[in-house]
Design a protein around this ligand. Sequence first.
Ligand SMILES: Nc1ncnc2c1ncn2[C@@H]1O[C@H](COP(=O)(O)OP(=O)(O)O)[C@@H](O)[C@H]1O
Ligand SMILES: [Mg+2]
Length: 248
Amino acid sequence: MSIRDKRLFLEDLTVSFDGFKALNNLTLYVEPGELLCVIGPNGAGKTTMMDVITGKTRPNAGKAWFGNEANLLQLTEAEIVAAGIARKFQKPTVFEQLTVEENLELALPGSKTFLAALRAVVTRSQQERIDEVLEITGLTEQRRLDARILAHGQKQWLEIGMLLMQNPELLLVDEPVAGMTPHEIERTAELLRSLAGEHSVVVVEHDMHFVRSIARRVVVLHEGQVIAEGDMDKVQKDPRVIEVYLGV
Ligand SMILES: Nc1ncnc2c1ncn2[C@@H]1O[C@H](COP(=O)(O)OP(=O)(O)O)[C@@H](O)[C@H]1O
Ligand SMILES: [Mg+2]
């Protein structure tokens, strides 16, 4: 398999914490424009995998490449962001006292200070990108509202919108629908599906109904390794997956 046709290339990754292997020879590829779901029991290594991709944790062994240009193991966390990898953590980190639109302005690319960014004049192309992201995230009507009054789901979409301001090639999303209403979950599924194609998206999630609604390909992690992969029907029938994860 050639490295060139993959967007993300993780091979034989091992991460040890005091001898305990959080990742154990993990090998996984992400295609350009793919929406990949990663599932697995607590402690399987899902968050550790994202930590390695984003440079927060360095593996003891293995390779991690972003396309064939960027060796992620040699880049700093900031360089990895600049290379086009964005990560959404579970807890939204929007600025509550600013409007939806101001939050997106602050997330425009460029290394300005907070105050400089707030005072900066938005160019026409930047405004177009803001309008586009408001549309994508379904927040156009809320653009002038303070983020603090948004519903939980809307805050999550705003944070995804802030990541989109950087136009990342790869978006990592950890448990996006935790705490959402069924309607918000459905909207989140639509949002992530609409991002695939343009971006590669890797979603870690426990909500199997949600995973089924978005994923073409699902990878199941257990004890730091891939134990199954394929479409949802295939992995749900896998005896090993039922034993360690779905059977409980
Ligand atoms: N910084 C750390 N120090 C020690 N152990 C850790 C650390 N981070 C994660 N682990 C352990 O590694 C394993 C995998 O954790 P994690 O990647 O968070 O799993 P998941 O996200 O799939 O629930 C767990 O057993 C966890 O306790
Ligand atoms: Mg986790």
